[in-house]
Design a protein around this ligand. Structure first.
Ligand SMILES: Cc1ncc(COP(=O)(O)O)c(C=O)c1O
Length: 408
């Protein structure tokens, strides 16, 4: 067969004037809000407490129950959750915090907020999660904590990271912004690290608009988290340092904290969303199965490997372009997907490539595997409200472009 035969028979990409696989744009992620969610929020807005009220307490109980952790503290967003976790861990100037470069900047920024230095360990090139071997190579006497990110929703190698933390006396902070609903060795993410941080941003598996939470089994860390997210203020007589309890108005600020509180109407939305989490997980898993099946033997595409211990509720579905087998660049493929009306996203630019990090002395080349993986990755649409047609359209678009760009 010669090249002309292929070209005549191939569907032309929309970016080159062909017909797009669909008429309307589909995005890589979006929230799933129903009338019941809206009612839950409206009920709180009509009531007496829109912040510091009973819904916050209720959602904290539910989150602790769901994850199997002893305690949960809800906060204004996932970034605040990471900041509070670093404060509770006692991270400060002179400390180092090991994390992954393939993450949202907040996973590293939380160390900077505390005056500490983020240190980037390289990733496993098959799972894209932080590699415990690389963590070991980056430990110094200044290392205080590990912020391990369950990237795309897949749990990190928790057992190995726990062992490293125990060996070196480090605090294990799991950044599970992508991973609510994921289990590791049969246990819910949220109950396994010293502290686990969640995000409830709209593209995440469940949302409260903006929102976050930290779960922990440790009483001392819990007490510090409560203080960190609400001005360092206590109303508990037992914790007060100066005055005896003068009256119900009296409180004491006993440490430096922030206002990272979640409102009651956000908490109501989160309670409502938690009620649907199992159905969201099921639908996400169905879509992931369809994608895996469709792409498993597709030359030109590499799929993310799953470790056996992780029963993953995937937040992101990543295809990695095998650029040696394709005639296009990642940018060309990405733009061609957009022209097919499938809007992808890239998760993530290695954090230390950003100008802010460059100014702090970080340079390209720190984590060669992460940098190599970054060149080819692309997140395709994944959210529970995708219809069967949406899913087949995405598959069609990927296959159409791979067929066009594959080296013959
Ligand atoms: C891995 C990771 N960590 C932390 C965050 C921060 O969460 P938020 O956007 O709720 O502040 C995000 C959000 O995108 C994230 O993806």
């Amino acid at each position: 067969m010669n090249i002309t035969y292929f070209e005549n028979n191939m569907e032309k990409p929309a970016i080159l004037g062909g017909t797009p696989v669909r008429d309307s744009k589909i995005y890589y992620g979006r929230q799933c809000i129903g009338e019941d969610d809206i009612k839950a929020v409206a009920d709180v807005l009509r009531g007496p407490f829109i912040t510091c009220g009973p819904k916050v307490t209720e959602v904290e109980k539910e989150l602790a129950q769901y994850t199997g952790a002893k305690h949960a503290v809800v906060v204004s967003n996932g970034t605040a959750a990471l900041h509070c976790a670093c404060i509770a861990a006692g991270i400060g100037p002179g400390d180092e915090v090991i994390t992954t470069p393939i993450t949202f900047a907040a996973s590293a920024n939380c160390a900077l907020y505390c005056g500490a230095r983020p240190v980037f360990a390289d990733i496993d090139p098959e799972t894209y999660n932080i590699d415990p071997k690389s963590i070991r190579e980056h430990i110094t006497p200044a290392t205080k904590a590990i912020v391990a990110v369950d990237f795309t929703g897949q749990a990190v190698k928790i057992k190995e990271i726990r062992a490293i933390c125990d060996e070196y006396g480090l605090i294990f902070i799991e950044d599970a912004a992508h991973a609510i609903g994921t289990k590791y060795d049969g246990k819910q993410v949220g109950s396994l690290a010293d502290m686990t941080c969640f995000s409830f941003h709209p593209v995440k598996t469940i949302t409260s608009g903006e929102g976050g939470a930290i779960t922990t089994n440790n009483e001392e860390l819990y007490r510090k988290l409560v203080l960190a997210h609400a001005h360092g203020i206590t109303r508990d007589d037992a914790e007060m340092e100066e005055a005896p309890h003068e009256g119900i108005w009296y409180y004491e600020q006993i440490s430096l904290g922030y206002n990272y509180r979640m409102t009651d109407f956000q908490a109501a939305l989160l309670i409502s969303q938690l009620g649907k989490l199992d159905s969201f997980i099921e639908r996400r898993k169905q879509i992931v199965c369809q994608y895996n099946e469709a792409f498993k033997d597709l030359q030109g595409i590499i799929l993310q490997k799953e470790i056996e211990e992780s029963d993953t509720c995937r937040h992101l579905y990543i295809i990695r372009l095998d650029l040696d087998k394709l005639t296009c660049t990642r940018r060309q493929f990405f733009d061609a997907m957009s022209a097919e009306n499938v809007q992808c996203q890239i998760h993530y630019v290695p954090v230390y490539w950003f100008p802010h990090y460059k100014r702090l002395g970080y340079a390209k080349g720190l984590c060669p595997k992460a940098e190599e993986i970054y060149k080819g990755i692309m997140s395709i649409p994944l959210y529970p409200m995708m219809s069967d047609k949406d899913v087949t359209d995405v598959i069609k678009a990927v296959k159409k472009l791979v067929a066009y760009y594959i080296k013959k």
